[in-house]
Design a protein around this ligand. Structure first.
Ligand code: ADP
Ligand code: MG
Length: 674
């Protein structure tokens, strides 16, 4: 057996249980070894009964005083009673409805019990505690994320069997040199002790090694992905056409925009492909930057593609870019899932023979049957919503195309460099001139009506607005749902206005229609969920009310707020919340005070903790099993430095000593696919 062995061949598993494991993402022995405990229970330090505290969870060791006596309370309800003696005192033990547990307890034998202590000052008791025979039972126990059908006990047993089966043959992933340099424990020791720690110290040593390994393999993987595209590219820029493009623009680029374009053009003059991230707060003008770079590409004879994560965004980019290129000879086309077959075929034909210079679209553009004439520049917007693998699929449509990534997520710079490896970064830290600060207010529901009147005042002046709600439907929750608010407003409060509804459960086509009506000014007020969070750009929309604002994260509020303040009119954002807890109040007040996305992201990290920030795979990386990208920053740096060193010496991991590193990286790529 080795780590690739299917778990169903493990003793005690079989077909049925294998299926249950599969639901937890566990298919092979390697998977279960990496299914690390969610937490631990320390059964190694049993207390004297007299030392336990009523109400606290404790571990007690003692003899069973007599075979549990059975009493039937009512039909189907059995209760067993016995006592536990630790040599000094006796604790009452009650077991409800569990014949197996009761029968397992033998008079005169010693057990350890783990559970909440009840009773009073004179007499302690435990009800339905977990227990185990004392011999071998006094240890730190792993607790796993379990499912109804797969208890943490079963998982523990399976892990035990897996480790026992693999012990002799398991290959050490990390070369000896690295292990001794960073003082890392062996793989088998670490696996044993992360699942069945012999002591707290051992657990710490085990974790350190596993965290290092996880981050190290991740960095190796990312660096290797990158070096693959460090081949020679033929898509070289010879003529800088930025100035020419700027003459078509209705505005002057900001200093930051010009710098970003210049940096990209410099990259593209070289014969290795560009790999650049343009990071800018909402409204900083990333699309214009992309347009300038795309223009350069087209004028130097190669095609570009721009991929956005949603249909709304792709459509919007298409319209914006078409407008930018209005007076030029650049041909732009849009390809999404809802483009009709006939039109699709036409686009594909033109793309193949080079008549289209820029293809904008959703992931529809990485489908197999989409062929380019000569794709030289691949742009992805809001990268963090795509997996690393999808990024790769787009570049495979061309021969070593340049890569440009646009992101509005204000990840602190050092962290961005860590996550993206040696990706070059341009930061748009300057907003276009004349942009007004968005006035932000935080009010409670008593002032809701006044807020609504304020909205009407704007609509009466021919301006538009948004009302944002956290959920689409709310059966049990008290939160007002978008659909409810919509029905209510349309028929009452705003019956003299045109109101639209936009939420994530609508079909892409319906969403596009709603957005189009709003962009055209046909709809005055748009009730929406967070689907409008990214990229929607309607300059005439100047007021936004966010309902139950406490339900949103700070960065999310900031992204939402960025939908207004896109024109010349003064814009307002009203956060409505009845939240009573201080945390929420602090957050909402931060929003009123600052409009700097990076500052807000920092506050968000402080208030919510990194778990939330990185928990949702926002960055398109595989889910970490044991490491935490923020808390384990020091290890992350070490791992990155070491990964570079290893690859400098052995660029394709072909050396014998790196054989198992190579396998681990391939394994990681497999996981990145799903
Ligand atoms: P982002 O994608 O970074 O949020 P956009 O590219 O959507 O920002 O730009 C926001 C708005 O600002 C758009 O309406 C765009 O036309 C406009 N804009 C971009 N750059 C400038 C500039 N230098 N001067 C004035 N307006 C600009
Ligand atoms: Mg944008």
């Amino acid at each position: 057996m080795d780590i690739s062995t299917d778990i169903r061949y493990l003793k005690g598993v079989g077909e049925k249980r294998a299926e249950l494991f599969s639901k937890l993402g566990i298919n092979s022995l390697g998977d279960i070894l990496e299914y690390y405990p969610r937490m631990y229970e320390d059964w190694s330090k049993a207390k004297k009964i007299s030392e336990t505290v009523v109400g606290e969870t404790s571990c007690v060791k003692g003899f069973i005083t007599h075979t549990p006596t059975k009493a039937l309370i009512k039909k189907g309800m059995t209760i067993y009673k016995t006592g536990v003696c630790d040599g000094e005192e006796v604790m009452d033990l009650t077991i409800f409805n569990n014949r197996f547990a009761a029968e397992a307890l033998k008079e005169g034998e010693e057990y350890v019990f783990f559970g909440k202590v009840g009773g009073n000052l004179y007499k302690r008791e435990m009800t339905n505690p977990a227990f185990s025979v004392a011999e071998g039972g006094e240890r730190i126990r792993p607790i796993y994320s379990s499912s109804q059908a797969l208890s943490t006990k079963i998982i523990e047993k399976t892990v035990r069997t897996a480790i026992d089966n693999i012990k002799e043959t398991l290959n050490e992933t990390l070369p000896d040199r690295i292990r001794s340099e960073y003082k890392l424990a062996s793989l088998i020791f670490s696996l044993e002790n992360v699942h069945f720690p012999q002591s707290e110290k051992n657990l710490e040593v085990a974790r350190r090694r596993l965290i290092f390994e996880e981050l190290f393999i991740l960095q190796l993987g990312l660096l290797l992905l990158r070096s693959r595209s460090k081949k020679i590219t033929t898509n070289r820029i010879e003529f800088d056409k930025t100035e020419e493009f700027c003459s078509f623009l209705p505005f002057t680029m900001t200093g930051a925009q010009s710098r970003a374009v210049r940096e990209a053009v410099e990259d593209m003059k070289k014969d290795v492909p560009m790999n650049r991230l343009v990071q800018g707060d909402v409204g900083s003008g990333k699309t214009a930057v992309a347009a300038a770079i795309i223009y350069n590409a087209a004028k130097n004879g190669f095609q570009s593609a721009l991929m956005a994560p949603t249909e709304i965004l792709a459509t919007q980019h298409y319209h914006t870019l078409e407008k930018f290129f209005e007076n030029t000879d650049i041909n732009v086309a849009l390809l999404t899932g809802s483009v009709r077959k006939k039109q699709k075929d036409e686009i594909k034909e033109k793309l193949k023979n080079g008549e289209i210079d820029l293809l904008v679209g959703t992931h529809a553009i990485i489908q197999d049957d989409v062929e380019f004439y000569n794709l030289g520049l691949a742009v992805t917007d809001e990268q963090h919503r795509f997996g690393v693998a999808q990024r790769g699929s787009l570049s495979k449509k061309g021969e070593e195309p340049h890569l440009l990534v646009m992101s509005a997520t204000p990840i602190p710079r050092t962290l961005a460099l860590m996550i993206y490896g040696d990706l070059d970064v341009s930061i748009l830290d300057e907003l276009p001139p004349g942009r007004q600060k968005i006035d932000t207010f935080y009010v409670d529901y008593e002032k809701h009506e006044r807020a609504m009147n304020y909205v009407k005042k704007h609509l009466d002046r021919g301006l538009q607005g948004y009302i944002v709600c956290p959920l689409v439907e709310s059966e049990e929750s008290e939160l007002v749902s978008a659909t409810q608010i919509y029905e209510n407003f349309k028929n009452n409060e705003f019956k003299n206005y045109t109101v639209g509804l936009l939420h994530g459960k609508m079909k892409p086509k319906e969403k596009d229609e709603v957005m189009k009506k709003f962009a055209d000014g046909e709809t005055q007020l748009l009730i929406a969920t967070t689907v409008i969070e990214v990229g929607v750009d309607v300059p005439n929309a100047v007021i936004m009310v966010i309902e139950n604002a406490e339900m949103f994260g700070l960065s999310q509020l900031h992204q939402l707020r960025g939908r207004v303040g896109r024109g010349k009119e003064k814009s307002t954002c009203i956060l409505v919340s009845d939240a009573q807890n201080d945390d929420a109040k602090t957050r909402l007040n931060v929003m009123c005070k600052t409009s700097d996305g990076f500052k807000i992201a920092d506050e968000d990290l402080k208030l919510r903790g990194p778990g939330d920030f990185f928990g949702s795979r926002q960055h398109g990386l595989p889910k970490m099993k044991i490491a935490n990208l923020l808390n384990d920053m020091k290890t992350l740096k070490e791992a990155q430095a070491e990964a570079k060193k290893v690859l400098a010496d052995d660029p394709r991991l072909r050396k014998k000593e790196n054989e198992f590193l190579r396998k681990a990286v391939i394994n990681l790529y497999e996981k990145m696919k799903d």
